[in-house]
Design a protein around this ligand. Sequence first.
Ligand code: 13P
Length: 287
Amino acid sequence: MLVNASEMLKKAKAGHYAVGQFNINNLEWTKAILLTAQENNSPVILGVSEGAGKYMAGYKTVVGMVKGMIEELNITVPVALHLDHGSYEGCLKCVEAGFTSIMFDGSHYPIEENVAKTKELVKICAENNMSLEAEVGSIGGEEDGVIGMGECADPKECKMVADLGIDFLAAGIGNIHGKYPANWQGLSFETLDAIQQLTGDMPLVLHGGTGIPADMIKKAISLGVSKINVNTECQLSFAEATRKYIEEGKDQQGKGYDPRKLLAPGFEAIKATVKEKMELFGSVNKA
Ligand code: 13P
């Protein structure tokens, strides 16, 4: 069932668990994530970065694929189709294409401009029954060529943006995209606590879910995180399983070169990673 992410995240915040946003890259990714959500009776958010949207031949292609799969695979759990780190223009394109949720990443603008653009999108999302995520304090690491420094958001700015009528808020708390470096300082729970105290019931979003230890994930959820984004970890497990298949020479045995065979171990690996995350986040049986 394709829905916006507002209701599922309100329920998650009240129920002290988090819904996973898993980024998609192609058909295998999308199918693996949807089937795993259904098998675990879990709500799920499919994340699409602007780069991945382009790679998959545009947002309309993505909407067609996701809607088709939900129908043909009988996916009845709540599924949101969400633009990840959207530019203002990218957000408008996804509204038109039929996404149910968008993230406007205005974290690199001065706060006044971030507020002004977010405000416009609040109105547009309300008119289109879509949910909106805003960001304060940029997330570190590299994503689609944009490198953030992993700063901690100012809780007062978080409150200002949360009050604009958005549905959930991403705030930097020392998290970064991709693998964490060995000298990573960990999440700033002090910042997260201060943000939650000012923003109350607003579901908070933790980006850079790959590689955050389980105890930190649990603590973040206890401090109001209701949506956790995972991308790199699925890519790593897909690559590892595919490498193993090729290194074992299986693509050269029989019809092992058939993409339906060659991509199967990676597909299963994504499913296993997603299941593990749903269990850790506590979203199993919360559909
Ligand atoms: P990772 O790639 O570190 O899991 O981060 C995903 C993310 O935050 C997407 O917005």
